[in-house]
Design a protein around this ligand. Structure first.
Ligand code: SF4
Length: 370
């Protein structure tokens, strides 16, 4: 079993952020952790847990004693597999050596730092609270604290970032020798400050420029021994994120905390996004803000294909044909064309998205719905 825990606190809100995150609410951390532990203890979570993932928000705003409480709740509820992976997202400006050592001694064994870009002016424009020297310091502190599995997040498609500037971000990142790199394209989400800036005239790179950045990153990472195992994720051998990988392969996972989502035995559970309401309800032992959805066989089959195509494992032709027959979708002609254009490869009865095809993945997936 896998568990995702959402820690929604942030020191400030980034211009592009569409996650469930709240700034200036750190005084609620203790109450939130209490509610989270009650939710875990009242759930029907059954272990042993093979992966635990703290995402956010900024999980590294959790004082170690609070993190310890959550981990103890999980362990007493479900037990931990001896090889458990415990991942935590962290913002560089929120950690120091002492805090990282405490996290490590509590059992966290994988860290993911939001680095995003090298250039100070770009980070400022995004509303990030750090500069690159904090990334380097946090990274070296994490190594000193004993972390042997570290991811760095980078973004591309950013306003006012040229291809040359992006290349510097990539080279600076590679010079740290991380084990894993996640690479996300900037998305303009409705209702964010970024969407407002774009409406007011902020110019973003063209699709071709964004594609060039992605291709540049793919080439540089491949030259440096990274394998692309998913559309946004690259790892040195043996260091892919087991939590995400399990989910992409269709394993069950529990989501705990405000805004969290999970799927267990074909039922998706989704939490509401109101922090105060979450704390109020779960402290009383209620869970009225959780919505349940039974996933139909057709939705489950589509999701399995979609997740498979996102990864380097691809999907079997047999599964595609079964899905297409049940849902009256004709994919073959489109997939033949994608293959001809070099977006898909077909071997051993499996379709796999090529490095070039990852950039147009959404278009490929549309072939399965039309
Ligand atoms: S740190 Fe992450 S979760 Fe927090 S505001 Fe920025 S993008 Fe959103």
């Amino acid at each position: 079993m896998n568990a995702y825990l959402h820690i929604p606190f942030c020191t400030s809100i980034c211009s592009y952020c569409d996650f469930t995150s709240f700034a200036g609410q750190e005084s609620k951390i203790t109450a939130y952790v209490e509610a989270l532990c009650i939710e875990i203890s009242n759930s029907s979570l059954a272990g042993p847990l093979r992966t635990v993932y703290f995402g956010g928000g900024t999980p590294s705003l959790l004082p170690p004693d609070q993190l310890g409480k959550i981990l103890r709740s999980l362990q007493s509820k479900a037990g931990f597999d001896p090889e458990i992976e415990i991942s935590m997202e962290a913002n560089p400006e929120t950690v120091d050596l002492e805090r990282l050592k405490s996290y490590r001694s509590l059992g966290v064994n994988r860290l993911s730092f939001g680095a995003q870009a090298f250039q100070k002016e770009i980070l400022r424009k995004m509303g990030r609270g750090h500069e690159w020297d904090r990334v380097e310091k946090a990274y070296s502190d994490a190594r000193q604290a004993g972390f042997e599995n570290i991811n760095l997040d980078l973004m591309f498609g950013l306003a006012e970032q040229t291809l040359e500037m992006f290349e510097i971000s990539i080279q600076k990142t590679l010079s740290l020798k991380p084990d894993h790199l996640s690479l996300y394209a900037l998305q303009v989400e409705e209702g964010t400050p970024l969407a407002k800036q774009v409406k007011e005239g902020l110019v973003l790179p063209t699709e071709d420029e964004v594609a060039d950045e992605y291709a540049l990153a793919q080439a540089a990472l491949s030259q440096n021994g990274f394998e692309q195992y998913e559309v946004s994720n690259f790892a040195v051998p043996g260091k892919s994120c087991r939590h995400n990988w399990n989910i992409w392969r269709g394993e069950d996972y529990w989501g705990f905390g405000v805004g969290a989502v999970g799927t267990v035995q074909g039922v998706r559970h989704s939490h509401g996004e109101d922090l105060t309401e979450y704390i109020r309800q779960f402290k009383k032992g209620q869970g009225d803000t959780i919505q349940l959805e039974n996933l139909s066989p057709s939705i489950q089959a589509f999701e399995k294909l979609m997740l498979g195509l996102r990864t380097h494992q691809g999907v079997s032709k047999k599964e595609l044909e079964q899905y297409a027959t049940t849902n009256q979708v004709s994919f073959q002609a489109k997939f033949d064309l994608f293959e001809k254009k070099g977006f898909l490869s077909f071997a051993s009865n499996h379709y796999k998205v090529t490095p070039k095809g990852y950039f147009v993945l959404n278009g490929l997936l549309e072939a399965l719905v039309a």
